[in-house]
Design a protein around this ligand. Sequence first.
Ligand code: SAM
Length: 155
Amino acid sequence: MLRAGETVLDNALGFDAEVTFIGTIHTPFKERGQCPRQGDAEAGPDCTITAIPELEPALAGLERFDSVEVLYWLHLARRDLLTQSPKADGAVRGTFSLRSPLRPNPIGTSRVRLIRREGTRLIVRGLDCLDGTPLIDLKPDRCSFTVQARAKGLD
Ligand code: SAM
């Protein structure tokens, strides 16, 4: 269903990227209405990111970082909106000027607090996605890779 002023793409793009999901995110949010607009890395609930077992060696060392960037595939989002009215109030904006989940490539990112790692499971705070959302990637927080952090030997 479209809101007043919203427009859609007429399938001109063709969705051709090949992304391999590397795990699954588990959150207490079972419906979209329960998800926060953005996660809270301090006060948000504990969530679990489970990487596929074959990737456990790739997680080694991640626990050195308090803050981790998580990329995920917002799998229930429609992908054809060019303009959107997030508040359904008549105000319309371009998709790329929003952090809306509804976008041609529905990739979500959150900077989460890493509480602990248990093998392929990461316990984190700061997610805003549905339970069962596919995981695309994990990276140490980019702030750990500034010139200043490098001088401290963090990266
Ligand atoms: N933090 C990410 C970002 O900024 O890229 C996502 C922000 S987006 C505003 C978060 C919203 O996406 C949630 O409040 C929920 O309505 C919706 N959402 C969460 N998980 C989803 C999923 N798996 N598929 C579709 N929509 C989802």
